[in-house]
Design a protein around this ligand. Structure first.
Ligand code: NI
Length: 268
């Protein structure tokens, strides 16, 4: 085990393309996590994702405070029912004027939770944010839970640039999405025991379309499953995907870092 731990510590150049560091799970030690734990754990870039207007402002604050943190601004499907008039206009204004706002996200469709807004409300909000991304020339970060059919329909219609985060579809859907130019985000799920579909996708996704992510504080990979996630744990995700593909974990991380920079139009 000692040897494995050392290997993990040696992995660097980690780009976490999806996290939520404004979440209350980080209230007690956010400065330590973002100021010390991540930089010392090999993390060089994070895209922090908002879920509504208020969180968009918080996420931007973090992006201003930490050089390596970037912001995605948008309204999450679970928040679709709480959208107030003008919220999206204000988010659009922030996206247009803030250099560190690199994507419209987290947006999408979530048909899993019964208490979520009705499907047509979600599709309407998703469509407006897809149109906004086209207007602004920014990529989207998409959440698709139990909504593969409608998600693909919206992608066909709007043809955005972007990523399907925490991808849970089949290999066939992955092929369809990457053909449309979408990136595929994979995280902790690939390390779970029951993750057959995700592992198949990890094995087959074109290497130039794969990005790594945490969805921190959620979705911690094995052996941290159930604990609070953070971007350094991407090492475990990279090791698993590299093993499946028969490649070196650091090489995989380096390729995914370049993919992320291309996806979010980052210069260096
Ligand atoms: Ni998320």
């Amino acid at each position: 085990m000692k040897h494995l731990e050392r290997e993990t510590a040696m992995l660097t150049n980690i780009f976490d393309t999806h996290a939520h560091y404004d979440d209350e799970a980080f209230h007690e030690d956010r400065a330590e996590v973002l100021g010390t734990t991540l930089p010392e754990g090999g993390v060089v870039r994070v895209v922090d994702c908002a879920v509504d207007l208020l969180s968009s402002v918080r996420v931007l604050d973090l992006a201003h405070e930490y050089d390596y943190v970037y912001a995605a601004l948008g309204i999450h499907p679970e928040q679709a029912g709480e959208e107030r008039k003008g919220d999206l206009d204000m988010i659009a204004e922030l996206l247009a004027k803030e250099d560190k706002a690199v994507a419209v996200g987290e947006i999408g469709l979530d048909y899993y939770w019964e208490e979520n807004a009705p499907r047509d409300t979600q599709v309407d909000l998703f469509s407006r944010q897809l149109a906004l991304s086209k207007d602004l020339g920014l990529p989207v970060i998409i959440h698709d839970r139990e909504a593969h059919g409608d998600t693909m329909e919206c992608l066909q219609k709007y043809r955005p640039a972007g990523v399907l985060h925490c991808f849970s579809g089949s290999v066939e859907m992955m092929k369809e999405a990457t053909k449309l130019g979408m990136y595929i985000g994979l995280g902790g799920v690939v390390t779970f025991k029951n993750a057959r579909k995700s592992v198949e996708v990890a094995a087959e996704v074109p290497l130039d379309k794969l990005v790594l992510e945490t969805d921190a504080p959620y979705m911690a990979p094995v052996p941290y499953r159930g604990k609070r996630n953070n971007s350094t744990y991407i090492a475990e995700v990279a090791k698993k995907i590299a093993e499946v593909r028969g490649m070196d974990p650091q090489e995989l991380i380096d390729i995914c870092n370049e993919n992320g920079k291309r996806l979010f139009q980052m210069a260096d």
